[in-house]
Write a protein that binds this ligand. Structure first.
Ligand SMILES: [Zn+2]
Length: 437
């Protein structure tokens, strides 16, 4: 039988064990579910798709192999802000990370790319749109392409970006480099689309559990008698200064609701894509530090948020799909402690969203409408919400045993009343990415 040989390029010293790197760089004693399996497959140069819920530690799966195999990983990341956050986070851990984008001066960009060729970097972040411009400069010096937030590749994912579809071609130009695609939300259909679009070869697929029993799920219909603003104010007060996120449909709604909360003396700030990037960063920093308790945001807020103690997520309006809802509530309770997720909905929310789809063509429009109606049915549903969510992602979680309003858990009314949230620590499979001290 042949002796296994190191299959990755140019490691002049013996490879360290993944466990040793995890301890030294991340300070974790053990891998979280799925991480070790994916890392192992990546190190054997196999294409992989990892579907890991928010907070499951996705970035470890591509950052750690860079150190173990002494290679440079090209990370495709959808947002400039997210890219910089990840570079800052990786650098703080002692990983050699940088990004390349169009805001860099010519000479700075050349210096960074020269660094790739010289082995200076373990991680280089680029956007999908920026990828074609760097491929020629880094050819032969990349050991892995990591596609972060890979659902963006799919027409059936909620952040569809056509540039992602060119990644498969970039892989050919880079010289048959393996691809690892990671995402927090992918139905079977989106996962199949990712595999097809990236032309993954016999990929190893890891699918993490979406069951998070520390999230208390409840929904409540909005009607004319219920002023949604007052309801949100009640929810903020019920959580007594704890950190929370309120999601709204439009930028204007987010701004108006934040103003309303501030007028009532609460520390709240808006966050949406129409704001100046500098101000957005300030809001994010103030939220992370706890200086601002409540962020009132559109869908623009969230990717890259690494705050473990978000105690509530309130949807003041119905989100656009079950996937979007799952991703947004996934930002609550990443420390494993109980957290409230309150969904406020109405048929007029559905109508507003449907009006936004009028510019879409044919099949895509039908799909967007279908996914919106799926969520509306979920909101009105009377069966276990956790079980419904998991089923949507192809998982049978079994009953939640009191972690949703349908199963006798905290009701919307209890979430709005000023009573202590039972801060029990619930073990679930996916602990927060950073250890909490
Ligand atoms: Zn339930």
């Amino acid at each position: 039988m042949a002796t296994p040989t190191a299959s990755l390029p140019v490691a002049s010293t013996p490879q360290p064990e993944p466990e040793a790197v995890l301890r030294a760089v991340w300070g974790h004693a053990s891998f979280r579910p799925g991480q070790r399996e994916v890392v192992g497959e990546v190190l054997s140069r196999r294409d992989c798709l990892a579907v890991m819920p928010t907070g499951a530690g996705k970035s470890v799966t591509f950052q750690l192999p860079a150190r173990v195999a002494a290679m440079c990983v090209l990370v495709i990341s959808p947002l400039l802000a997210l890219m910089r956050d990840q570079v800052a986070g990786a650098s703080a851990r002692g990983l050699r990370a940088t990004w390349v984008d169009s805001t860099l001066s010519r000479s700075e960009r050349d210096t960074r790319l020269e660094g790739v060729r010289g082995g200076a970097w373990e991680l280089v972040y680029v956007s999908p749109e920026g990828l074609p411009g760097v491929v020629g400069d880094v050819r032969g010096h990349i050991g892995l392409i990591a596609v972060d937030e890979a659902h963006c590749i799919s027409e059936w994912g909620h952040d569809f970006r056509p540039a992602y579809r060119e990644i498969g071609r970039a892989r050919e130009l880079l010289g048959d480099v393996p691809i690892l695609a990671v995402t927090a939300t992918a139905t079977a259909r989106v996962a199949a689309d990712i595999v097809r679009s990236l032309a993954l070869k016999d990929p190893y697929v890891w699918r993490g559990s979406f069951f998070r029993p520390n999230l208390c799920l409840a929904a409540r219909a909005k009607d004319r008698l219920t002023d949604a603003r007052r309801t949100v104010l009640q929810a903020v007060d019920a959580h007594d200064g704890a950190s929370g996120i309120v999601y709204c449909l439009s930028r204007r709604d987010a701004g108006a609701l934040a103003t309303y909360l501030r007028a009532h003396g609460r520390t709240a700030a808006p966050y949406h894509a129409g704001m100046d990037p500098g101000v957005r960063e300030q809001v994010q920093a103030a939220f992370s530090s706890g200086e601002v308790a409540t962020v009132v945001a559109t869908v623009a807020f969230g990717m890259g948020i690494d705050k473990a103690d978000v105690r509530y997520v309130v949807h003041a309006d119905l989100p656009g799909s079950v996937e979007a809802y799952a991703q947004e509530i996934g930002r609550a309770g990443r420390d494993g402690r109980s957290s409230d997720c309150l969904l406020l909905y109405s048929w007029s929310d559905v109508r507003r969203r449907l009006a936004m789809t009028s510019g879409l063509a044919g099949e895509r429009r039908v799909d967007v409408r279908g996914r919106l109606l799926d969520l509306y049915r979920f909101a009105r549903g009377e069966t276990c919400r956790h079980r419904c969510l998991c089923a949507h992602f192809g998982e049978d979680s079994g009953p939640c045993r009191g972690a949703c309003d349908a199963c006798g858990g905290r009701s919307a009314e209890q979430m709005l009343a000023s009573q202590e949230l039972p801060l029990r620590l619930i073990e679930w499979d996916d602990r927060p990415e950073r250890s909490i001290s």
